[in-house]
Design a protein around this ligand. Structure first.
Ligand code: ZN
Length: 73
């Protein structure tokens, strides 16, 4: 009985750990240069974490993703 409860707790711990591993975007290093145009990404933007594009390319990328999603609905 007690063993079952312990095992359930371990499973929840594992799920939480897996979920937390995905969440903290800030731990993912940013790129020093935009992967789309090669422009330097400002340090203040890099500090956000997981930044791969300059602002202009990010806006363009996000709008093209939206168009792509819209076209496939
Ligand atoms: Zn760019």
């Amino acid at each position: 009985m007690a063993d079952d409860i312990d095992r359930a707790g371990e499973r929840i711990d594992a799920e939480m750990t897996a979920r937390l591993r995905v969440l903290p975007v800030f731990d993912i290093p940013s790129f020093p240069e935009c992967i789309s145009c090669g422009e330097d990404i400002p340090a203040i933007r890099q500090a956000m974490g997981n930044v791969k594009r300059c602002v202009d390319c990010q806006i363009h990328h996000e709008s093209s993703v939206r168009v792509w999603n819209h076209g496939h609905k």
